[in-house]
Design a protein around this ligand. Structure first.
Ligand code: AP5
Ligand code: MG
Length: 217
């Protein structure tokens, strides 16, 4: 049976880092609306043009756009493929859309995993973040350096990049958006008994172990 899980947490909580571990270990598919939007901006598609300035400011892109991206992506997957939602849903309207999107595809939500983090540490995590320009593997200046300096562990590329919205000012706006619009959706899932909280301040491996324990339970 395909699993459908949501990783929820503020910017820098480790959603992308943990999702990519689950992709490697279980062959799950990561659906990151942030990654999809960044690809659209890079391609300068209609959606990309609409999203670019909003993302730069740290605000949220429209619910219609992101729910449309998620629905399309799910349609391209086999029904038995397990999925991790990373950075979606982010508003009550998106949570409602996700229910409809899943029901229409005979999927059901299995877990909402909240990565609990100390906000003060997040600016440090985000401003130190960089990724492989070729495969997208995520790194950090202090917490996760490539095993061989300047060479991606995953694909061997020597080119890396940093995100346009990873500066302190934008991060503060992204956090405020999370507090105002995303954190309030947790009670919706709590009421359905779907939420498990994980200590996102632990080491990357320990967070991964905690998530695996939830998936295996
Ligand atoms: P998105 O790309 O989703 O960004 P975000 O939510 O701000 O989250 P991040 O990707 O910054 O953090 P993360 O939790 O993935 O952390 P990571 O694992 O990289 O969205 C970007 C923008 O797109 C939004 O602002 C919005 O404009 C738009 N958007 C996207 N989705 C949308 C939606 N649904 N609706 C509307 N708009 C939307 O980790 C961060 C760093 O910390 C890394 O360097 C990592 O190596 C390190 N690290 C991770 N875990 C640990 C650990 N346990 N200990 C130490 N270091 C760690
Ligand atoms: Mg991310």
């Amino acid at each position: 049976m395909a699993m459908n899980i949501i990783l929820l947490g503020p910017p820098g909580a480790g959603k992308g880092t943990q999702a990519s571990r689950l992709v490697d270990e279980y062959g799950m598919v990561q659906l990151s609306t942030g990654d999809m939007l960044r690809a659209a901006v890079k391609a300068q598609s209609e959606i990309g043009k609409q999203a670019e300035a909003v993302m730069k400011s740290g605000g949220l892109v429209s619910d219609e756009i992101v729910s449309g991206l998620i629905g399309d992506k799910l349609d391209s997957l086999n029904a038995d493929t397990s999925v991790i939602f990373d950075g979606y849903p982010r508003t009550a309207a998106q949570a409602e859309s996700l229910d409809e999107i899943l029901a229409a595809r005979s999927r059901k939500l299995d877990h909402v995993i909240e990565l609990e983090v100390d906000e003060d540490a997040l600016v440090d995590r985000i401003t130190g973040r960089f990724t492989c320009a070729k495969c997208g593997e995520g790194y950090h200046d202090r917490y996760k350096l490539p095993k061989v300096e300047g060479v991606c562990d995953h694909c061997g590329s020597t080119e890396f990049k940093r995100r346009a919205d990873d500066n302190e000012e934008t991060v503060r706006t992204r956090m405020a958006e999370y507090r105002a619009k995303t954190a309030p959706i947790l009670p919706i899932y709590d009421a359905r008994g779907l939420v498990t909280r994980v200590d996102g301040m632990a080491k990357i491996d320990a967070v991964n172990d905690a998530i695996e324990a939830i998936l295996k339970a």
